[in-house]
Ligand binder design. Structure first.
Ligand code: IMP
Length: 194
């Protein structure tokens, strides 16, 4: 039987990516698919803390098997910022473009452009918790390149690639990205449990 899992997100970009990564064997529902509209708390200072908080909150509200992810962009020259605060780096209600602008401004002074994305996925299955991790290293460009993806994708050039996450086709991003790796581990785990 096809496994059905609820993804604790309201981010349509993430949902699309995760559906592509999981393929046809797992039916991924987003919160919009079940009409869940309440805000999800996310007030920890680690990715693990936030992923666990979001997943358990949705599990407790819906009783369903579910998972949540939390991601940060960690820039070496900025001592790991924006890190766990990546979503609201330029302030409450800021846009992806506002965040990108703030990072590019702060990076003007630095020649070391190294950074990495890190993603933690927390799965709640039959009331038990499982964590999966994925990371990708790259550099921060001086200007945004490309229109695809979301968040910091236009300024992130993964190591060994010639295209930013925004410029590359989705299958290529998903094959090397932080989220692709973490969700890939979750899918392998789910298959091994069947
Ligand atoms: P979240 O807390 O997991 O939703 O992620 C925090 C922020 O990190 C998002 O609002 C995006 O700005 C950024 N982010 C997360 N995943 C990605 C990605 O795959 N590419 C670019 N930016 C991302």
């Amino acid at each position: 039987m096809m496994k059905e899992l609820l993804f604790a997100t309201n981010n349509a970009h993430k949902l699309k990516e995760v559906r592509e990564i999981c393929g046809k064997e797992i039916n991924i529902l987003g919160l919009m698919d079940i009409g869940f509209k309440a805000e999800i708390p996310e007030d920890h200072d680690t990715l693990e803390g936030n992923a666990r908080q979001k997943a358990w909150f949705i599990h407790e509200k819906t009783g369903r098997d579910c998972f949540a992810d939390d991601t940060g962009l960690f820039i070496d020259a900025l001592e790991g910022r924006p890190g766990v605060y990546s979503a609201r780096y330029a302030g409450e209600d800021c846009s992806f473009d506002d965040n990108v602008r703030k990072v590019l401004e702060e990076m003007k002074a630095f020649s070391n452009r190294s950074a990495h994305f890190r993603c933690i996925v927390c799965l709640i299955l039959d009331g038990k918790e499982f964590l999966f991790e994925g990371e990708v290293k790259g550099i921060i460009l001086k200007d945004g390149q490309g229109k695809g993806g979301f968040g910091y994708d236009p300024i992130f050039l993964p190591i060994g690639q010639t295209l930013t996450f925004s410029q590359m086709p989705a299958y290529l991003k998903n094959g090397i990205s932080h989220r692709g790796k973490a969700i890939g581990k979750m899918v392998a785990f789910l298959k091994s449990e069947q």
